[in-house]
Design a protein around this ligand. Structure first.
Ligand SMILES: Cc1ncc(COP(=O)(O)O)c(C=O)c1O
Length: 405
């Protein structure tokens, strides 16, 4: 590492609250699926800001939208309608089960809104005591208080107690464990269609159906957190569309949370809700200064129009299959890979190696990736990745894994 990168890292860590362990390189710029550090080293970016840069880096359509919209209008009170807000909300309504949209600035804020919406709906429609929420072991929903309260890690962080009361944890993909926790005061069940931080575990379609039936029968709000898995990452626009039932039908939630890939790097999020749930929030019950600002909405609309453009999701599916085939071949011919997990371009690889060592070696060999759970390698490339780039990533993966002992 050259001295200027070292100085940037040292000086940064002197003045930043240490919520993250520092990385050994300084990122400088990116183009498409590639990123460069300040020493000029090039990386295939399979981290993508942790499933954020859905259109890769410096996408021309985003640059054009940013320039155009920044020159027109960047800020106005959230109470105003704008053409940009309408277009963005309409895209979400037209391409999901949702009737009503709320805009936020991040994943955790989407989760906060979803929890408040479900609790207000239950207060109005069930009883004033109906505040309980069922979440899942190995869940991750964010770091603000509500989101952290439905994230299992709270049990390892007692110093933040008291968390939101009335949250109970069931086992993912185990409907019996959920049924045992349902009471007359259950307001909502929240889950990730593919658990991300928890180790890339997809929901079982039969489990989703059982959850939907349970929520309908017991009058409980079903919330899907699609912050990591939505917006095309699973090869379908909505993550829930990637889990068809045997008869081809699709299970939909009552409330969905979006963020990450929706802005491809621009901080934006949203909540989609069926009418009766969305209508529970009325003026004064929730809001945000930046949510739905014209710049964020213009960028998100551009990103979603790309994801919805002909052939885009076909490419996600083809590249996901190509990558999986390559990983499976490595798994067959060596003992380096013990499990391949996830769905679409949200892939987890388990190996016998120390995950920190594996990530550092991948980085040395020119590929960025991230960790999920205790030891899973998480691979979430930009959705625009092409065939040649997947081939290149497999060469780096193979070189890295086969050289580790
Ligand atoms: C499934 C899920 N929910 C919520 C969040 C929180 O999003 P943010 O970091 O934007 O607050 C994340 C972030 O990793 C996530 O993966």
């Amino acid at each position: 590492m050259k001295s200027d990168a070292k100085t940037i890292i040292e000086n940064t860590s002197k003045i930043l609250v240490k919520t993250y362990a520092p990385q050994p390189v300084v990122m400088d710029h990116g183009k498409g699926c590639w990123a460069w550090d300040t020493d000029g080293k090039k990386y295939l970016d399979f981290a993508a800001g942790i499933a954020v840069a859905s259109l890769g880096h410096a996408h021309p359509a985003i640059l054009e939208t940013l320039n155009h919209q920044a020159a027109r209008l960047m800020a106005c009170q959230a109470s105003f309608a704008t053409k940009e807000k309408l277009e963005c909300a309409q895209l979400l309504v037209d391409n999901s089960f949702a009737d009503l949209i709320y805009f936020s600035n991040s994943g955790a804020e989407s989760v906060e809104c979803a929890l408040k919406m479900a609790r207000k709906w239950a207060y109005d429609n069930k009883s004033q005591q109906a505040h309980e929420i069922i979440a899942f072991r190995k869940s991750f929903h964010g770091r603000t208080y509500g989101a952290a309260s439905v994230t299992e890690k709270r049990h390892a962080q007692p110093y933040f107690e008291p968390y939101l009361p009335g949250v109970h944890y069931a086992d993912f993909n185990d409907i019996k464990s959920v049924e045992k926790l349902v009471t007359k005061n259950t307001a909502a069940i929240i889950l990730e269609p593919v658990q991300g931080e928890g180790g890339l575990t997809p929901a079982d379609p039969a489990f989703l159906k059982a959850l939907r039936d349970l929520c309908t029968a017991e009058n409980i709000a079903l919330i899907f957190d699609e912050i990591q898995s939505g917006m095309g990452r699973l090869g379908t626009f909505n993550a829930y569309e990637a889990f068809p039932q045997e008869d081809g039908s699709i299970i939909t939630p009552d409330i969905v949370c979006w963020a990450k890939g929706m802005g491809s790097g621009f901080p934006v999020g949203a909540v989609g809700a069926r009418k009766e749930f969305g209508e529970a929030l009325v003026p004064g019950t929730h809001g945000t200064t930046y949510g739905g600002n014209p710049l964020a909405c213009a960028v998100a609309a551009t990103v979603m129009k790309q994801i919805l453009s002909p052939g885009f999701l076909d490419n996600v599916n083809a590249r996901a299959q190509q990558f999986k085939n390559g990983l499976e071949a490595m798994m067959r011919e060596s003992n380096k890979i013990t499990a391949i997990k996830g769905a679409g371009l949200m892939i987890g690889v388990d190996t016998g190696f120390d995950i920190k060592v594996l990530l550092a070696e991948l980085q040395n060999n020119g590929m960025m990736a991230t960790q999920a759970g205790k030891s899973t390698l998480r691979l979430t490339p930009p959705l625009i990745i092409n065939e040649d780039e997947i081939d290149k990533s497999l060469v780096i993966m193979k070189k890295t894994l086969y050289n580790l002992t």
